[in-house]
Structures are given as C-alpha cells and as structure tokens.
Design a binder for this molecule. Structure first.
Ligand code: BG6
Ligand code: MG
Length: 214
C-alpha cells in the first residue's frame, strides 16, 4: 500500500462540531446585527478563528477596532465552548469509528490535523483523547489552512513522508492545504478539488480505497 497514514480534519469530518461553530457565529452575529447564514458559514470551514471573524465582519455596517475584534472572537468562542460541553460519543459522525478501527487493524497510522484550538476538549468529550497516533491542531501551528503546516506537522509527528499520507477534509481550505503538502486528498461532503470524494465516511471503506490506490 502506498499510503501509510491518514490525517483527519476534526470539525465536520470526525464529529458534528461544524454545526456548533455555525450556531456560535450566528448567535454572535445576530447580537451585532450582522447578517450571517449557512452559505457564509461554509467559507469558515477549516479557517482560523480570527480569519473567520474577518469573513463574518464583511457584512458589518461599520469598522471594528482590533480590541473589539478580540472581544467578538472571545464571545463566539465562549458560546462555542459552552455548546461543545454537551458533546458525547453519540456526536461522532456515522462511519467514522468503523473506518478508524479498520485502518488501525490494517496497520495504517491515523492522526488529527485540525485548525481548532479546542481540539483537546473535543477529543476528550467524545472519548478519543488517546486514540490517535498523533494530534496536530490550532495550538501547535502559526498558519491556518489553506497553509499546509497543520498536516505537515502531523506527518512529521508520525514520521511518515508527506507523499505517503492521505488527508480527509470537509473544507475547500483543507483540501488546498493537503494538496500543498503533497498529500493525497479525500473530500467528504461538499469540499472541492480533492483526488477522491465521498458524501460521508459512512458510504466508504477507507481501507479498501487505500488498497485500490497502490
Ligand atoms: C476549524 C473549523 O476546524 O477550526 C473552523 O472548521 C474554525 O470553522 C477553526 O474556525 C478554528 O477553531 P477554534 O475552535 O480554534 O475557534
Ligand atoms: Mg472541518
């Protein structure tokens, strides 16, 4: 098999937290009287908190100072953190555990590559804190997706060459990051530009796909 590791995005690939991000941004935007909908939210997938805020503020009717932006990002994150306290194993997306278990049994390394600084809390809430061979997240990177840094660091932690890694993503920015790292890319959901695509991980055996790629 030419692929030796699979690096998974977290929000919207492993767990339903993409909806919590939407609800938190929507609450913050509504409070500010700023228009926000799910189409705009799709542009925030994979993008860091502050870069996401800049996209939300494109619809604002006034300029915000840096201090105000810091306060708004904190407000969104406080709402988000309160939402993710409710997460349980039941919020792991369909097909995820079956695929992760099969990859492990097939001798494939698995890692997380997420832009989120809340990754440790989420993994703890869904019972997967010690499950992955490596976790690279918003706490150990300086540049968010579409920069490849988060995936490159995950591959380095695993000790696997970038060309032998596949990334799994629900975000255009994440697919771009994987391609920039020289990795094979699999999109789940609506992300564009990937080598492979599946509506979700429930419709796919990743291990079979890796065997087919060779
Ligand atoms: C990504 C999400 O995983 O993490 C983005 O897709 C989010 O929507 C980004 O903005 C940063 O997350 P956090 O939890 O650090 O604000
Ligand atoms: Mg995502």
């Amino acid at each position: 098999m030419s692929i030796k590791a699979v690096i998974f995005d977290l929000d919207g690939v492993i767990v339903t937290t993409d909806d919590c991000h939407y609800r938190a941004w929507k609450a913050m935007a509504d409070d500010e009287g700023i228009y926000f909908d799910r189409k705009i939210n799709d542009r925030l997938r994979g993008v860091s908190r502050m870069a996401s805020l800049d996209i939300v503020l494109e619809r604002a009717e006034r300029e915000y100072s840096n201090e105000e932006k810091t306060a708004l990002a904190k407000k969104k994150n406080d709402i988000y953190v309160s939402l993710i306290q409710q997460l349980t194993e039941a919020d792991i997306l369909s097909g995820v555990m079956e695929n992760l278990d099969a990859l492990k049994q097939g001798g494939i390394k698995i890692a997380i590559g997420s832009s989120s600084k809340n990754t440790p809390i989420i993994l703890e809430r869904i019972g997967l804190s010690t499950y992955f061979d490596a976790v690279s997240d918003g706490n150990n990177i300086t540049k968010s997706k579409p920069d490849p840094e988060v995936f490159v660091k995950a591959a380095d932690m695993l000790g696997i060459p970038y060309g032998e890694c596949m990334i799994v993503e629900d975000a255009d920015a994440g697919i771009e990051a994987g391609r920039a790292a020289g990795m094979t890319t699999l999109a789940v959901g609506n992300a564009c530009g990937a080598d492979y695509h599946s509506p979700s991980l429930a419709e796919l055996s990743l291990l079979d796909l890796l065997c087919d790629i060779r």
